[in-house]
Design a protein around this ligand. Sequence first.
Ligand SMILES: [Fe+2]
Ligand SMILES: [Fe+2]
Length: 322
Amino acid sequence: MTTATATPAAAARALFPDAATIIDAPESRFPLKLGVENRRIRELFHTATRMQWNPATDIDWDQLHPEQYTDEQRRAARMYWSRRAWGEYGAISESPALQIRFCHERCPPDMALFFSIRSQEESRHAEVCYRMAEALGGYFDQPAAVAFQGSVASHGIRKVALDPAISLEGTIAALVCAAEEIAFDVFRHLTEITVNPVARQVVKAILRDEVRHCAFGWAFLDQRMPQMSAQEKDVVRQAVINMIEKVELNGYHSSWLAPANPSSTAEMEVDEITHQAGLGATTEALEKPVFLQSIAAMRERMRDNWGIEIPMFRHPKIEGPF
Ligand SMILES: [Fe+2]
Ligand SMILES: [Fe+2]
Protein backbone atom coordinates (compact mmCIF):
# COMPACT_ATOMS: atom_id res chain seq x y z
CA MET A 1 0.00 0.00 0.00
CA THR A 2 1.50 3.33 -0.97
CA THR A 3 -0.83 6.16 -0.03
CA ALA A 4 -3.91 6.33 2.13
CA THR A 5 -6.19 6.60 -0.89
CA ALA A 6 -4.61 4.10 -3.32
CA THR A 7 -6.26 0.70 -2.93
CA PRO A 8 -3.99 -2.29 -2.54
CA ALA A 9 -5.32 -3.50 -5.91
CA ALA A 10 -4.22 -0.27 -7.59
CA ALA A 11 -0.79 -0.58 -6.01
CA ALA A 12 -0.53 -4.19 -7.17
CA ARG A 13 -1.51 -3.21 -10.70
CA ALA A 14 1.12 -0.48 -10.76
CA LEU A 15 3.75 -3.01 -9.70
CA PHE A 16 2.69 -5.76 -12.11
CA PRO A 17 0.75 -4.15 -14.97
CA ASP A 18 1.00 -7.21 -17.26
CA ALA A 19 -0.07 -9.84 -14.75
CA ALA A 20 -3.28 -11.53 -15.89
CA THR A 21 -3.76 -13.07 -12.47
CA ILE A 22 -1.75 -12.59 -9.34
CA ILE A 23 -0.34 -16.09 -9.82
CA ASP A 24 1.60 -14.69 -12.82
CA ALA A 25 3.19 -11.93 -10.75
CA PRO A 26 6.53 -12.54 -9.02
CA GLU A 27 6.20 -13.13 -5.32
CA SER A 28 7.55 -10.43 -3.07
CA ARG A 29 7.25 -10.96 0.64
CA PHE A 30 9.59 -8.55 2.44
CA PRO A 31 9.42 -6.49 4.54
CA LEU A 32 7.04 -8.90 6.24
CA LYS A 33 4.97 -7.10 8.83
CA LEU A 34 3.29 -9.36 11.36
CA GLY A 35 2.19 -6.90 14.02
CA VAL A 36 -1.45 -6.21 14.70
CA GLU A 37 -2.92 -3.88 12.06
CA ASN A 38 -6.57 -4.80 12.41
CA ARG A 39 -7.30 -5.62 16.05
CA ARG A 40 -10.83 -6.88 15.43
CA ILE A 41 -9.60 -9.41 12.88
CA ARG A 42 -6.67 -10.48 15.08
CA GLU A 43 -9.16 -11.20 17.88
CA LEU A 44 -11.31 -13.23 15.49
CA PHE A 45 -8.22 -15.28 14.63
CA HIS A 46 -7.51 -16.01 18.31
CA THR A 47 -11.15 -16.86 19.01
CA ALA A 48 -11.25 -19.17 16.00
CA THR A 49 -8.18 -21.07 17.16
CA ARG A 50 -9.91 -21.69 20.51
CA MET A 51 -13.19 -22.82 18.95
CA GLN A 52 -12.10 -25.86 16.95
CA TRP A 53 -14.51 -28.80 16.77
CA ASN A 54 -14.52 -32.21 15.16
CA PRO A 55 -17.44 -33.29 12.94
CA ALA A 56 -16.67 -36.95 13.69
CA THR A 57 -16.77 -36.73 17.49
CA ASP A 58 -18.47 -33.48 18.55
CA ILE A 59 -21.87 -34.33 17.05
CA ASP A 60 -24.06 -36.93 18.81
CA TRP A 61 -24.57 -38.96 15.65
CA ASP A 62 -26.40 -41.76 17.47
CA GLN A 63 -29.25 -39.33 18.20
CA LEU A 64 -30.07 -39.02 14.48
CA HIS A 65 -32.26 -42.15 14.25
CA PRO A 66 -32.62 -42.29 10.46
CA GLU A 67 -34.90 -45.35 10.89
CA GLN A 68 -37.64 -43.06 12.23
CA TYR A 69 -38.10 -41.43 8.82
CA THR A 70 -39.72 -42.61 5.61
CA ASP A 71 -37.66 -43.47 2.54
CA GLU A 72 -38.92 -40.30 0.87
CA GLN A 73 -37.86 -38.14 3.84
CA ARG A 74 -34.44 -39.73 4.06
CA ARG A 75 -33.88 -39.33 0.34
CA ALA A 76 -34.88 -35.64 0.42
CA ALA A 77 -32.68 -34.96 3.45
CA ARG A 78 -29.74 -36.72 1.78
CA MET A 79 -30.16 -34.43 -1.22
CA TYR A 80 -30.50 -31.36 0.99
CA TRP A 81 -27.36 -32.11 3.03
CA SER A 82 -25.42 -33.07 -0.10
CA ARG A 83 -26.30 -29.69 -1.60
CA ARG A 84 -25.09 -28.00 1.59
CA ALA A 85 -21.81 -29.92 1.28
CA TRP A 86 -21.34 -28.71 -2.31
CA GLY A 87 -21.78 -25.11 -1.17
CA GLU A 88 -19.31 -25.48 1.68
CA TYR A 89 -16.85 -27.16 -0.71
CA GLY A 90 -17.01 -24.05 -2.90
CA ALA A 91 -15.86 -22.04 0.09
CA ILE A 92 -12.90 -24.41 0.56
CA SER A 93 -11.45 -23.34 -2.78
CA GLU A 94 -12.42 -19.67 -2.55
CA SER A 95 -10.87 -19.26 0.90
CA PRO A 96 -7.21 -20.02 0.03
CA ALA A 97 -7.55 -18.00 -3.20
CA LEU A 98 -8.44 -14.99 -1.08
CA GLN A 99 -5.58 -15.77 1.25
CA ILE A 100 -3.14 -15.65 -1.67
CA ARG A 101 -4.63 -12.28 -2.58
CA PHE A 102 -4.18 -10.93 0.97
CA CYS A 103 -0.50 -11.88 0.93
CA HIS A 104 -0.03 -10.48 -2.57
CA GLU A 105 -1.57 -7.12 -1.67
CA ARG A 106 0.22 -6.86 1.67
CA CYS A 107 -3.08 -6.59 3.49
CA PRO A 108 -3.02 -6.37 7.28
CA PRO A 109 -1.40 -9.68 8.35
CA ASP A 110 -4.35 -10.37 10.64
CA MET A 111 -6.39 -11.20 7.52
CA ALA A 112 -4.18 -14.02 6.26
CA LEU A 113 -3.82 -15.42 9.77
CA PHE A 114 -7.59 -15.49 10.25
CA PHE A 115 -8.22 -16.99 6.82
CA SER A 116 -5.94 -19.94 7.51
CA ILE A 117 -8.50 -20.96 10.15
CA ARG A 118 -11.45 -19.88 8.02
CA SER A 119 -10.39 -22.43 5.38
CA GLN A 120 -10.32 -25.14 8.04
CA GLU A 121 -13.76 -24.13 9.20
CA GLU A 122 -15.22 -24.37 5.71
CA SER A 123 -13.63 -27.83 5.44
CA ARG A 124 -15.36 -28.85 8.65
CA HIS A 125 -18.66 -27.57 7.29
CA ALA A 126 -18.24 -29.60 4.11
CA GLU A 127 -17.34 -32.69 6.12
CA VAL A 128 -20.18 -32.39 8.61
CA CYS A 129 -22.75 -31.94 5.80
CA TYR A 130 -21.29 -34.93 3.95
CA ARG A 131 -21.45 -37.01 7.14
CA MET A 132 -25.04 -35.99 7.65
CA ALA A 133 -25.97 -37.14 4.11
CA GLU A 134 -24.05 -40.38 4.64
CA ALA A 135 -25.73 -41.06 7.97
CA LEU A 136 -29.11 -40.61 6.31
CA GLY A 137 -28.33 -43.23 3.69
CA GLY A 138 -25.73 -41.79 1.32
CA TYR A 139 -24.18 -38.62 -0.06
CA PHE A 140 -25.02 -37.54 -3.63
CA ASP A 141 -21.97 -36.29 -5.49
CA GLN A 142 -23.89 -34.12 -7.98
CA PRO A 143 -27.28 -32.46 -8.47
CA ALA A 144 -30.07 -34.61 -9.86
CA ALA A 145 -30.63 -32.14 -12.70
CA VAL A 146 -27.82 -30.54 -14.69
CA ALA A 147 -29.88 -27.33 -15.06
CA PHE A 148 -29.54 -26.64 -11.35
CA GLN A 149 -25.74 -26.72 -11.48
CA GLY A 150 -25.74 -23.16 -12.79
CA SER A 151 -27.34 -21.97 -9.58
CA VAL A 152 -25.38 -24.02 -7.08
CA ALA A 153 -22.01 -24.50 -8.80
CA SER A 154 -20.18 -21.32 -7.84
CA HIS A 155 -20.43 -17.61 -7.31
CA GLY A 156 -17.14 -17.21 -9.14
CA ILE A 157 -15.16 -15.81 -6.21
CA ARG A 158 -12.11 -18.00 -6.71
CA LYS A 159 -11.43 -16.49 -10.13
CA VAL A 160 -12.26 -12.98 -8.96
CA ALA A 161 -9.95 -13.28 -5.95
CA LEU A 162 -6.96 -13.89 -8.22
CA ASP A 163 -7.75 -11.10 -10.68
CA PRO A 164 -5.75 -7.99 -9.73
CA ALA A 165 -8.11 -5.79 -11.77
CA ILE A 166 -11.01 -6.57 -9.43
CA SER A 167 -11.14 -4.68 -6.18
CA LEU A 168 -10.51 -6.81 -3.11
CA GLU A 169 -12.72 -4.54 -1.05
CA GLY A 170 -15.60 -5.10 -3.48
CA THR A 171 -15.01 -8.84 -3.43
CA ILE A 172 -15.04 -9.08 0.37
CA ALA A 173 -18.04 -6.77 0.68
CA ALA A 174 -20.00 -8.90 -1.80
CA LEU A 175 -18.86 -12.31 -0.64
CA VAL A 176 -18.88 -11.73 3.10
CA CYS A 177 -20.95 -8.71 4.06
CA ALA A 178 -23.69 -9.57 1.56
CA ALA A 179 -23.71 -13.31 0.67
CA GLU A 180 -22.27 -14.81 3.86
CA GLU A 181 -24.36 -12.48 6.00
CA ILE A 182 -27.57 -13.70 4.31
CA ALA A 183 -26.43 -17.30 4.73
CA PHE A 184 -25.80 -16.57 8.41
CA ASP A 185 -29.29 -15.16 8.97
CA VAL A 186 -30.85 -18.17 7.26
CA PHE A 187 -28.70 -20.49 9.38
CA ARG A 188 -29.83 -18.78 12.57
CA HIS A 189 -33.40 -19.29 11.37
CA LEU A 190 -32.59 -23.00 10.78
CA THR A 191 -31.37 -23.40 14.37
CA GLU A 192 -34.83 -22.19 15.48
CA ILE A 193 -36.93 -24.45 13.25
CA THR A 194 -34.91 -27.67 12.91
CA VAL A 195 -36.38 -30.41 15.11
CA ASN A 196 -34.04 -33.40 14.78
CA PRO A 197 -31.39 -33.02 17.52
CA VAL A 198 -28.46 -33.98 15.28
CA ALA A 199 -29.52 -31.75 12.39
CA ARG A 200 -29.94 -28.93 14.89
CA GLN A 201 -26.50 -29.58 16.42
CA VAL A 202 -24.95 -29.46 12.97
CA VAL A 203 -26.53 -26.14 11.99
CA LYS A 204 -25.58 -24.66 15.38
CA ALA A 205 -21.98 -25.81 15.00
CA ILE A 206 -21.73 -24.23 11.55
CA LEU A 207 -23.42 -21.05 12.77
CA ARG A 208 -20.83 -20.59 15.54
CA ASP A 209 -18.09 -20.45 12.89
CA GLU A 210 -20.06 -18.34 10.43
CA VAL A 211 -20.53 -15.54 12.94
CA ARG A 212 -16.78 -14.94 12.76
CA HIS A 213 -16.70 -15.19 8.97
CA CYS A 214 -19.24 -12.38 8.77
CA ALA A 215 -17.52 -10.27 11.43
CA PHE A 216 -14.29 -10.50 9.43
CA GLY A 217 -15.84 -8.78 6.42
CA TRP A 218 -17.17 -5.86 8.41
CA ALA A 219 -13.93 -5.48 10.36
CA PHE A 220 -11.96 -5.29 7.10
CA LEU A 221 -14.31 -2.91 5.27
CA ASP A 222 -14.95 -0.70 8.31
CA GLN A 223 -11.20 -0.07 8.38
CA ARG A 224 -10.74 0.31 4.61
CA MET A 225 -13.77 2.33 3.54
CA PRO A 226 -12.79 5.63 5.24
CA GLN A 227 -9.47 5.46 3.36
CA MET A 228 -11.08 5.01 -0.05
CA SER A 229 -12.13 7.49 -2.75
CA ALA A 230 -15.77 7.96 -3.80
CA GLN A 231 -15.00 6.03 -7.00
CA GLU A 232 -13.50 3.10 -5.09
CA LYS A 233 -16.48 3.05 -2.75
CA ASP A 234 -18.77 2.90 -5.74
CA VAL A 235 -16.92 -0.21 -6.95
CA VAL A 236 -17.73 -1.80 -3.58
CA ARG A 237 -21.36 -0.76 -3.90
CA GLN A 238 -21.61 -2.23 -7.40
CA ALA A 239 -20.01 -5.50 -6.29
CA VAL A 240 -22.61 -5.87 -3.55
CA ILE A 241 -25.44 -5.14 -5.99
CA ASN A 242 -24.08 -7.72 -8.45
CA MET A 243 -23.82 -10.36 -5.73
CA ILE A 244 -27.43 -9.82 -4.67
CA GLU A 245 -28.86 -9.61 -8.19
CA LYS A 246 -26.80 -12.18 -10.07
CA VAL A 247 -26.04 -14.73 -7.35
CA GLU A 248 -28.46 -14.55 -4.42
CA LEU A 249 -31.55 -13.71 -6.47
CA ASN A 250 -30.56 -16.48 -8.89
CA GLY A 251 -31.00 -19.07 -6.14
CA TYR A 252 -27.42 -19.63 -5.00
CA HIS A 253 -28.51 -20.11 -1.39
CA SER A 254 -32.26 -20.59 -1.77
CA SER A 255 -33.85 -22.80 -4.39
CA TRP A 256 -37.14 -20.86 -4.38
CA LEU A 257 -35.26 -17.83 -5.74
CA ALA A 258 -33.81 -19.81 -8.66
CA PRO A 259 -35.41 -19.32 -12.10
CA ALA A 260 -38.55 -21.43 -12.28
CA ASN A 261 -37.78 -24.70 -14.11
CA PRO A 262 -38.31 -28.39 -13.37
CA SER A 263 -34.99 -28.71 -11.51
CA SER A 264 -35.53 -25.76 -9.16
CA THR A 265 -39.06 -27.03 -8.50
CA ALA A 266 -37.58 -30.42 -7.61
CA GLU A 267 -35.08 -28.74 -5.25
CA MET A 268 -37.90 -26.85 -3.54
CA GLU A 269 -39.69 -30.13 -3.04
CA VAL A 270 -36.55 -31.54 -1.45
CA ASP A 271 -36.47 -28.57 0.93
CA GLU A 272 -40.16 -28.92 1.76
CA ILE A 273 -39.93 -32.64 2.58
CA THR A 274 -36.69 -32.22 4.55
CA HIS A 275 -38.20 -29.35 6.52
CA GLN A 276 -41.45 -31.22 7.25
CA ALA A 277 -39.39 -34.13 8.54
CA GLY A 278 -37.52 -31.74 10.86
CA LEU A 279 -34.18 -32.74 9.33
CA GLY A 280 -33.06 -29.25 8.25
CA ALA A 281 -34.00 -26.91 5.39
CA THR A 282 -36.62 -24.22 5.31
CA THR A 283 -39.41 -23.30 2.94
CA GLU A 284 -40.17 -20.33 0.73
CA ALA A 285 -42.85 -19.06 3.12
CA LEU A 286 -40.61 -19.28 6.19
CA GLU A 287 -37.41 -18.08 4.59
CA LYS A 288 -38.78 -15.11 2.70
CA PRO A 289 -39.17 -12.78 5.72
CA VAL A 290 -35.71 -13.82 6.98
CA PHE A 291 -34.19 -13.05 3.58
CA LEU A 292 -35.93 -9.67 3.31
CA GLN A 293 -34.90 -8.72 6.84
CA SER A 294 -31.32 -9.70 6.04
CA ILE A 295 -31.21 -7.49 2.94
CA ALA A 296 -32.74 -4.57 4.87
CA ALA A 297 -30.25 -4.92 7.75
CA MET A 298 -27.33 -5.14 5.34
CA ARG A 299 -28.49 -2.03 3.47
CA GLU A 300 -28.78 -0.08 6.72
CA ARG A 301 -25.40 -1.19 8.01
CA MET A 302 -23.64 -0.33 4.73
CA ARG A 303 -25.28 3.09 4.80
CA ASP A 304 -24.35 3.74 8.45
CA ASN A 305 -20.85 2.26 8.41
CA TRP A 306 -19.67 2.98 4.88
CA GLY A 307 -21.91 5.75 3.58
CA ILE A 308 -23.06 3.81 0.52
CA GLU A 309 -26.63 3.41 -0.66
CA ILE A 310 -27.72 -0.03 -1.83
CA PRO A 311 -30.81 0.31 -4.08
CA MET A 312 -34.04 -1.63 -3.72
CA PHE A 313 -34.25 -4.98 -5.53
CA ARG A 314 -37.00 -6.85 -7.33
CA HIS A 315 -37.71 -10.53 -7.82
CA PRO A 316 -40.75 -12.25 -9.38
CA LYS A 317 -41.27 -14.30 -6.20
CA ILE A 318 -41.32 -11.23 -3.95
CA GLU A 319 -44.05 -8.66 -3.96
CA GLY A 320 -42.84 -5.09 -4.54
CA PRO A 321 -39.33 -3.71 -4.20
CA PHE A 322 -37.31 -4.83 -1.18
FE1 LIG B 1 -19.31 -22.49 5.79
FE1 LIG C 1 -18.28 -19.21 5.94
